[in-house]
Ligand binder design. Structure first.
Ligand code: DGL
Length: 276
């Protein structure tokens, strides 16, 4: 078995895994959620990098040759350093991909006004990764960020479809559109936000496009595998998916149903095993 590894700080990456599995059902997957140490969104650069590197090394030990960081915060704060500094030392034939680049690549075709907004965790927004990546590909686009620290807890407490969530959703949409009223495209730059999409839509005019990243990441992975047959042939294809969490299996299984339909049997690995 040489599964494709999907890593997230917790449950959110299941929204990415879901789209990837629909796009590429024949491959084997191994999902790891670092639930014991999530959320990552408010953690420092050093800590997110350290935890993410531990996760990547653990997934490599489980025989994953290719790992996707399904987490925006980990992609924003750890991916570049892992790709540039760690991978050459660990195994130059293995690869780690993130969710930011595939999302950003499509933005040029979507925005008409050339004003784009990023909604994400405090960590993702503070890292400046989205503006940086957009600037590289589309220097004519103006990017504005808004950190929405309460949106992840709203989803994880299953409050996202309730009336009480309105206040927190509306507040951040008003903030970002006040910062730049010409925004015509908003990127949902966090794994949890697709679950808030209906609510977000309610407070936006129809002229503003919402970009959800799961499908974009899935298509980009498919394209990557086509362009890298040497990697593609190393990924096994039996259509399986295994789930690992650093917290309790029961909790993971219950919460996972918010993000993913179908039965999930998760296995627990302790943070000690994970970080050694
Ligand atoms: N998965 C994280 C992200 O996409 C959200 C949850 C967290 O803060 O750990 O940024």
């Amino acid at each position: 078995m040489q599964p494709i590894g999907i890593f997230d700080s917790g449950y959110g990456g299941l929204t990415i895994l879901d789209k990837i599995r629909r796009q590429l059902p024949e491959y084997d997957y191994l999902y790891l959620g670092d639930n014991a140490r999530s959320p990552y969104g408010s953690r420092s650069f050093e800590v997110v990098y350290e935890f993410t590197l531990q996760a990547v090394k653990w997934l490599f030990k489980q025989n994953c040759r290719l790992v996707v960081l399904g987490c925006n915060t980990a992609s924003a704060k750890a991916l570049r350093t892992i790709q540039q500094n760690d991978l050459p030392k660990i195994d130059f034939q293995r690869r780690v991909l993130g969710v930011i680049r595939p999302t950003v690549e499509c933005i040029g075709k979507i925005t008409q006004s050339r004003h784009v907004g990023i909604l994400g965790t405090p960590g993702t927004i503070a890292s400046g990764s989205y503006p940086l990546e957009i600037e590289k590909l589309f220097p004519d686009i103006t990017v504005t960020g808004e950190a929405c620290p309460l949106w992840v807890p709203l989803v994880e407490n299953n409050e996202h479809n309730k009336p009480g969530a309105d206040y927190y959703v509306k507040q951040h949409l008003e903030n970002i559109l006040e910062k730049d009223s010409q925004i015509d495209t908003l990127i949902l730059a966090c794994t949890h936000y697709p679950l808030l999409e209906k609510k977000i839509r309610k407070f936006l005019s129809e002229s503003v496009r919402l970009v959800s990243q799961g499908q974009l990441v899935a298509e980009s992975l498919e394209d990557y595998l086509h362009r890298h047959p040497e990697m593609d042939e190393k990924c096994s294809r039996n259509g399986t998916c295994r789930f690992y969490t650093t917290e309790s299996e029961e909790k993971f299984t219950t919460m996972a149903s918010l993000f993913l339909k179908g039965e999930i049997n998760a296995e627990r690995i302790s943070v000690d095993t994970f970080s050694n």
